[in-house]
Design a protein around this ligand. Structure first.
Ligand code: TYM
Length: 338
């Protein structure tokens, strides 16, 4: 099999289940904004993924618009990137089915995110939740994407995407799908919970004080950072000395990511400082960087028809790439076309 060269292209997505968190912003969207000028970029609100767990239909529609507004307010420019919601491009579900037939049950059984989400209730969760990673592989491979910028928690799913591409290419004797690279870099690939630095910040934690929501207003941002869990020690002058201080390390990483600096630069500046100095500085920085985004998000969400138009136009552009890839896949598999 001779491997073709694939044009560099980015694909990534966010589920519209619950609002956007600082983890989504720093671990994903902010990095997408940086990549959009570098290569062709496709960014997707993955609504078909959201319904793997129950979603109220009206909330799902609003949530889809909210995520799109968050992406645009953060700097994703729909005239530079393709921005759409997944269900408007039916090729995702169709290629997902093909990949369900390529993926092995044993591969799905290894997915740690499924195990975490299903917990002891694995018999009762939807079949869609189990098959989720093969739909995610379809999202990526439908665009022959070569780069997938994600947070650390998605690494295993992107690696599985490589396994699926590789098995498909091998089974059908044609190097049709690229072996995609996860792009996991920068200081905030795993933003942690503000009340427990050993847990990931997520949209579904018990208390709102655990996370920063992208729609939080300035007062809420200040309150959450001031109340964030820390320890009694002042900040050291190097990152190694933060080992075992998960909450402290998390706040340094958040500061660095918000300010486009390295964690090393931040710890050097604040060496010896107590939390009474660092936390207000972090709170001020978060207001300066995040409040303009939440203001713009709210403005965009006041005009849902405009968001819907933007997503529909993006879907049109997405179909132009996706449909020929799906057609060729059907052809390779031997599915008869009229
Ligand atoms: P989702 O919706 O859970 O999260 C969207 C993106 O945000 C990142 N992220 C974080 N990064 C750092 N720290 C955190 N605390 C944090 N929380 C979330 C995630 O890593 C992700 O990059 N399965 C995906 C959506 C998806 C997708 C795709 C992604 C579907 N198809 C194809 C890439 C390519 C998910 O549930 O992400």
């Amino acid at each position: 099999m001779t491997a073709p060269t694939f044009t560099p292209r980015v694909f990534s997505g966010i589920k519209p289940s619950g609002g956007l968190t600082l983890g989504n912003y720093l671990g994903a969207i902010k990095r997408w904004v940086d990549m959009q000028g570098q290569m062709e970029s496709v960014y997707c609100v993955v609504d078909l993924h959201a319904i793997t767990v129950w979603q109220d239909p009206a909330e799902l529609r609003d949530g889809t618009r909210e995520i799109a507004a968050g992406m645009i307010a953060s700097g994703i420019d729909p005239s530079k990137s393709i921005l759409f919601n997944q269900s408007q491009v039916s090729a995702h579900a169709e290629l997902g089915w093909i990949f369900n037939c390529v993926s092995r049950v044993g591969w799905m059984n290894r997915m740690t995110q499924f195990k975490d989400k299903a917990g002891s209730n694995a018999e009762k969760v939807s079949l869609g939740l189990y098959a989720y990673p093969s739909l995610m592989a379809a999202d990526i491979l439908l665009y022959h994407a070569t780069h997938v910028p994600v947070g650390e928690d998605q690494k295993q799913h992107v690696e599985l995407t490589r396994d699926i591409a590789s098995k498909f290419n091998h089974d059908f004797g044609e190097a049709f799908f690229p072996l995609t690279e996860p792009v996991i870099d920068g200081p905030a690939t795993r933003v942690m919970n503000l009340r427990d630095g050993t847990k990931k910040m997520s949209k579904s934690g018990e208390s709102d004080m655990e996370r920063i929501n992208m729609l939080d207003d300035a007062d809420t941002l200040v309150k959450k950072f001031k109340k964030a869990k820390t320890d009694p020690e002042p900040l050291p002058d190097n990152l190694d000395d933060l080992a075992g201080r998960a909450e402290a390390r998390n706040l340094i990483d958040i500061y660095a990511a918000l300010d486009d600096r390295t964690p090393e630069a931040v710890i050097t500046e604040y060496a010896g400082a107590g939390w009474g100095k660092f936390k207000p500085a972090l709170a001020d920085l978060s207001v300066a960087k995040l409040a303009p985004i939440s203001t713009e998000m709210k403005r965009l969400m006041n005009d849902p028809a405009e968001i819907d138009r933007t997503l529909a136009q993006g879907a049109q552009k997405a179909r132009e790439i996706a449909n020929p890839v799906l057609e060729r896949t059907y052809d390779i598999v031997g599915l008869l076309r009229g």
